[in-house]
Design a protein around this ligand. Structure first.
Ligand code: G16
Length: 543
C-alpha cells in the first residue's frame, strides 16, 4: 500500500458549526473535500500521530465510503490504531465512551445528527478529542484556519477494511480493530442503572415504546431494552438503521415524532414513550397523555438521579445551555448545588464535567446526559427515566405533577424560522441588539423587563471567552425571551426564538403550553419584530 501525498486546493467553507461540519452529501463528495478537512485535523492535532483514533457514524448514506477514506488517511498520518464500529456504526455517546475507555487521542463521528439522510440529504463529521468531548472552540478555529491553506493531503492507496468482520486487521503499519457498536456502551449502562429493578418493572406489566427512527439507536435499543431488560420486541420500532433513515427526519420532537406523540395520547398508550435521533444523542420523553419538555426532563432527572445506582453519591452540580428553561435552576437551589449557564453546544459542558463541577447537564434541543460520557446521550436518558419510574413506582405524569407542585412550572417553546436569507436573519439580530439598552424597566402587558443583554460566557475552568451567544430579554423569574442564530443548519440561516414562562400557583400548573405562551408571543413580536422583519407570519417549526 503506497503512501501518497496528493495535491489539493482548500475549500473555504470548512468552518465547523455548533456540532461539527455539516453539509449536503454532494458537498462532501467533491474531490478532496473530506480529505482536506481530515488532513487539517491530522496536521493540527498532532496527538493523533502514534495515538489511537475511534471512527464510527450514524449509518447514513456516505458513511462507509467516508470511513474507508478516513482509515486510509489515518494510516498515512501515523495513527497507530483505529477502533471502528462494526458496519461503520457508533452512536455519538458510544463513540465518546470508546474514546475514553480506549484512551484514544481522538475520534471521527460521521453524522449530521437529525438532519435527513440519503443521496440528497446531509452528511457531517464531528471531531472529538482525547477524553471524549467535542473539539473546543479554539481548536475548531485553528482547524478552520488550517483548512483554508491546505495544499496537500496524505493517504495510503488501495486500502479496504472489511467493516463487517469483528477483530483485528492491518492497514500498512496501523492496526484496525472492528468492534461491536453496543458492547462497551451496554456494559457502562449496567453500571449506572438498576437493571434488575427495571426488568422487574417490565415483568409487572409496565410498558415502553422506543422509536429509533431508522437511525443508529436500533441496535442499542434491541440489546438494552429487549435483550437485557426483557421488554417485548414490540417495545421498539423502526429499529433497523437505514442509509436514508427510511426517508424520515429522525429529530425526536413534537413535529417529527408526531406518530409517537399520537400513540402516547391514545387509548392503551404505554407507560413511557421515547425516541432518539440520527446519531443517538438526543431524546424525547413522553408519558401517557403528557410530553415532558427537555428542560423539564433535565429538572426532573436532577431531582431524582441520586436515587439511581450510578449517582448515589449525589450530584456535584448541574448545567444547562442559556436558552434552556430555568426549571433545573430551582432544583439545584433546593438541593444546594451550583447550576451553570453555558452557551448552546455540548462542547461547553466538557470543562465543567472534566473538572468534576457538574454531574448532569442538558439543553432545550432534546439533549440530556451526565458525566459518564462527554456527549449528550439519548438512550441513557431513556434508561434514566425507566429507572426513575421503576424506583418510584410513579407514572410519568405523577412525577411531573409532583415536580411542578414543588418547584413551579416552566412553560416553554422554541420557534424556528428556517431557511432565511442570512442578511434577514442578521437584521433581526442587529435590530434587537441595538435596542437592548433601552429595554430594562419597560413594561409589556403583565411583564416588565429586568435585564436585556447579549450572552457572553467565561468558562469558569479555563477562563476562555465565548461572545455573541444569543440575545436574551429577562422578565425576572416570570419569563424570558431569547433570540439566536442556529449553528447547525445546512440551508440558509435559521433563527430561533425561545419563550419561557414560569408559574408556581396551584391553579396555573395545568395549562396547555401554547395557551400559556400566547401572551409572550405577542410581547416577543413587539420586542424582536421577527415577523415584521422577516415577513414570515408564523415560524417554520414549533417545538
Ligand atoms: C447540536 C449540538 C447541541 C445544540 C444543537 C442545536 O445538536 O450538539 O449542543 O444544542 O445542535 O444547535 P443550534 O441551535 O445551534 O442549531 P445535534 O444533536 O444536532 O448534534
Amino acid at each position: 500500500m503506497p503512501l501518497r501525498e496528493i495535491a489539493s486546493k482548500p475549500y473555504p467553507d470548512q468552518k465547523s458549526g455548533t456540532a461539527g461540519l455539516r453539509k449536503k452529501v454532494a458537498v462532501f463528495q467533491q474531490p478532496h473535500y473530506l480529505e482536506n478537512f481530515l488532513q487539517s485535523i491530522f496536521d493540527v492535532d498532532t496527538r493523533l500521530r502514534g495515538g489511537a483514533l475511534v471512527i464510527g457514524g450514524d449509518g447514513r448514506y456516505h458513511n462507509r465510503t467516508a470511513i474507508q477514506t478516513a482509515i486510509a488517511m489515518a494510516a498515512a498520518n501515523g495513527v497507530s490504531r483505529v477502533i471502528v464500529g462494526q458496519g461503520g456504526l457508533l452512536s455519538t455517546p458510544a463513540a465518546s465512551h470508546l474514546i475514553r475507555t480506549r484512551r484514544a487521542a481522538g475520534g471521527f463521528i460521521l453524522t449530521a445528527s437529525h438532519n435527513p439522510a440519503g443521496m440528497d440529504g446531509d452528511f457531517g463529521i464531528k471531531y472529538n478529542v482525547a477524553g471524549g468531548g467535542q473539539a473546543t472552540e479554539g481548536l475548531t478555529d485553528r482547524l478552520y484556519e488550517h483548512s483554508k491553506q491546505i495544499q496537500r493531503y496524505r493517504t495510503l492507496e488501495g486500502v479496504y477494511v472489511d467493516l463487517e468482520r469483528r477483530g483485528l486487521q492491518t492497514v500498512g503499519s496501523m492496526e484496525v480493530e472492528v468492534v461491536d457498536c453496543v458492547d462497551d456502551y451496554a456494559a457502562l449502562m449496567q453500571m449506572l442503572f438498576d437493571f434488575d429493578r427495571i426488568r422487574d418493572w417490565f415483568k409487572r406489566g409496565h410498558s415502553l415504546r422506543f422509536d429509533a427512527m431508522h437511525a443508529v439507536t436500533g441496535p442499542y435499543a434491541q440489546r438494552l431494552f429487549v435483550d437485557l431488560l426483557g421488554a417485548p420486541l414490540s417495545s421498539i420500532q423502526n429499529a433497523s438503521p437505514l442509509e436514508d433513515f427510511g426517508g424520515g427526519h429522525p429529530d425526536p420532537n413534537l413535529i417529527y415524532a408526531r406518530h409517537l406523540v399520537d400513540l402516547m395520547h391514545s387509548e392503551g398508550a404505554p407507560d413511557l414513550g421515547a425516541a432518539s435521533d440520527g446519531d443517538g444523542d438526543r431524546n424525547m420523553i413522553l408519558g401517557r397523555g403528557i410530553f415532558i419538555s427537555p428542560g423539564d426532563s433535565l429538572a426532573m432527572l436532577c431531582a431524582h438521579l441520586h436515587e439511581l445506582p450510578g449517582y448515589r453519591r449525589g450530584l456535584a452540580g448541574v448545567a444547562r445551555s442559556m436558552p434552556t428553561c430555568r426549571a433545573v435552576d430551582h432544583v439545584a437551589k433546593a438541593l444546594g448545588m451550583t447550576c451553570y449557564e453555558t452557551p448552546t453546544g455540548w462542547k461547553f459542558f466538557a470543562n465543567l464535567l472534566d473538572a468534576g463541577r457538574i454531574t448532569l447537564c442538558g439543553e432545550e434541543s432534546f439533549g440530556t446526559s451526565s458525566d459518564h460520557v462527554r456527549e449528550k446521550d439519548g438512550v441513557w436518558a431513556v434508561l434514566a427515566w425507566l429507572n426513575v419510574l421503576a424506583a418510584t413506582q410513579l407514572s410519568v405524569r405523577e412525577i411531573a405533577e409532583r415536580h411542578w407542585r414543588r418547584f413551579g412550572r416552566h412553560y416553554y417553546a422554541r420557534h424556528d424560522y428556517d431557511e432565511l436569507p442570512a442578511s434577514t436573519a442578521t437584521q433581526v439580530m442587529q435590530t434587537l441588539a441595538s435596542t437592548l439598552l433601552e429595554l430594562p424597566g419597560k413594561r409589556f402587558g403583565d411583564y416588565t423587563v429586568t435585564d436585556a443583554d447579549e450572552f457572553n460566557y467565561r468558562d469558569p475552568v479555563d477562563g476562555s471567552i465565548a461572545t455573541n451567544q444569543g440575545l436574551r430579554v429577562t422578565f425576572g423569574e416570570a419569563a424570558r425571551l431569547i433570540v439566536r442564530l442556529s449553528g447547525t443548519g445546512t440551508k440558509g440561516a435559521t433563527l430561533r426564538l425561545y419563550l419561557e414562562r414560569y408559574e408556581n400557583n396551584e391553579t396555573t400548573l395545568g395549562w396547555k403550553t401554547s395557551e400559556a405562551l400566547a401572551p409572550l408571543v405577542n410581547v416577543a413580536e413587539k420586542i424582536a419584530r421577527v415577523a415584521d422583519i422577516t415577513g414570515r407570519r408564523a415560524p417554520s417549526v414549533v417545538t
